[in-house]
Ligand binder design. Structure first.
Ligand SMILES: *Cc1c(COP(=O)(O)O)cnc(C)c1O
Length: 358
């Protein structure tokens, strides 16, 4: 039995892998592969329509919010967002909460003024602070809901909901993992390879009312409005990646939707962090109140023991436990598709290891 704790691309439901592999050989009994069907056929249109409908249903989106499936990873959104929303002489507020947030800031600075309203660097991004002041003149406020590399997560968005400034959020690593009032956000984006599907596509949810307010000429492929008008079909979309998203969304709906998966995610995270806290050998990297329910980061002080724990994980079929090179230690990613059994297995291994070496 292999448990994949990689941070992304990451584990997807087994049912999705099975269905997707069937579709590569024979999609919906057409005798054609999903890889060869035309993107403008009714066959694929049905896939895209279902993916959009399921997204709207699962997140309970209102009519002002459009769901797009666009090329590129979340990193493309780092510049596509300011390109569409920020004039050169205007200000956007950014929270610098981790490696990906820093990258988003760097890209936005090429399009207008960036005001960093929260700087997490002094804590090495291992905590998120409370009260953040957002200048009323900001075109938007940019958040990263879950900081994948460091293992922090905003657990309460309420302070960001009433600033009077449009809210933009990188939800790459925790979208669809917990109940959130998605309509309070004006733009949400997520690279699919963590919690939604296969690499190669972004889910972008945008409130139409914030678009069309910049002066610059936007290349067609970068223009959200053109993608909306063309139903994510301005050119050949990433057909297979969207198909895998649709299957994962279907799986999530069958599981009982976001409230049901959130319960399981809470259970997994509680088990993981209770284990870390009960074993003095392991040290959680993040202050307790900001710990991510998706990516748990922790260390062992003794580097030799760290290497030895990684070996033991590997021997026991647990892959992807090594921390990001910038954060060190370990990172256990517990996305929607990671079953509770996987977290039971790795926490059992941690307890055994601590007993031997603690
Ligand atoms: C993985 C990740 C990204 C980068 O995604 P790409 O698809 O590789 O561009 C950005 N933001 C967050 C929060 C991520 O987890």
């Amino acid at each position: 039995m292999i448990y994949n704790f990689n941070s992304g691309p990451s584990v997807l439901p087994k049912e999705v892998f099975e269905e997707a592999s069937k579709a590569i050989l024979n999609f919906n009994n057409t005798g054609l592969s999903i890889l060869e069907i035309g993107h403008r056929t009714p066959l694929f249109q049905a896939v895209l329509d279902e993916a959009i409908a399921l997204s709207k249903e699962l997140m309970q989106l209102d009519d002002q919010h459009e769901v797009l499936f666009l090329h590129g990873g979340a990193s493309t959104q780092f510049f596509q967002i300011p390109m569409n929303l920020l004039n050169e002489n205007e200000v956007a507020a950014y929270t610098d909460t981790g490696v990906f947030a820093t990258k988003a800031i760097k890209e936005a600075a090429g399009f207008g003024h960036v005001e960093v309203v929260y700087d997490g660097k002094p804590s090495n991004f291992f905590e998120l602070s409370g009260n953040i002041q957002v200048p009323k003149t900001s075109k938007y406020l940019h958040l990263t809901s879950n900081n994948t590399i460091e293992g922090t997560q905003w657990h309460d968005f309420s302070q960001f909901f009433n600033t009077g400034v449009p809210l933009v959020c990188d939800m790459s690593s925790d979208i669809l993992s917990r109940v959130v009032n998605f309509n309070k956000f004006d733009l949400i984006y997520a690279g699919a390879q963590k919690n939604i599907g296969a690499a190669g596509v972004n889910m972008v949810i945008v409130n139409k009312n914030i678009l069309g307010k910049v002066d610059r000429k936007i290349p067609s492929m970068m223009d959200y409005r053109q993608h909306i008008e063309n139903g994510s079909m301005l050119n050949t979309p990433p057909v297979f990646a969207i198909y895998v998203c649709m299957l994962t969304l279907r799986w999530l709906k069958n599981k009982g939707g976001i409230p049901a998966i959130e319960k399981i995610n809470e259970e997994k995270a509680a088990l993981m962090y209770n284990t870390i806290d009960s074993l003095p050998l392991f040290k959680g990297s993040v202050v307790k109140e900001d710990r991510s329910k998706m990516n748990a980061t922790f260390t062992i002080d003794d580097k030799a023991l760290e290497a030895s724990f990684l070996d033991i994980c590997k021997q026991n079929g647990m892959v992807g436990v090594k921390g990001h090179r910038l954060a060190g230690g370990f990172r256990v990613s517990m996305y929607n598709a990671m079953p509770l059994e996987g977290v039971i297995a790795i926490t059992d291994l941690m307890k055994e290891f601590a007993q031997k070496h603690g």
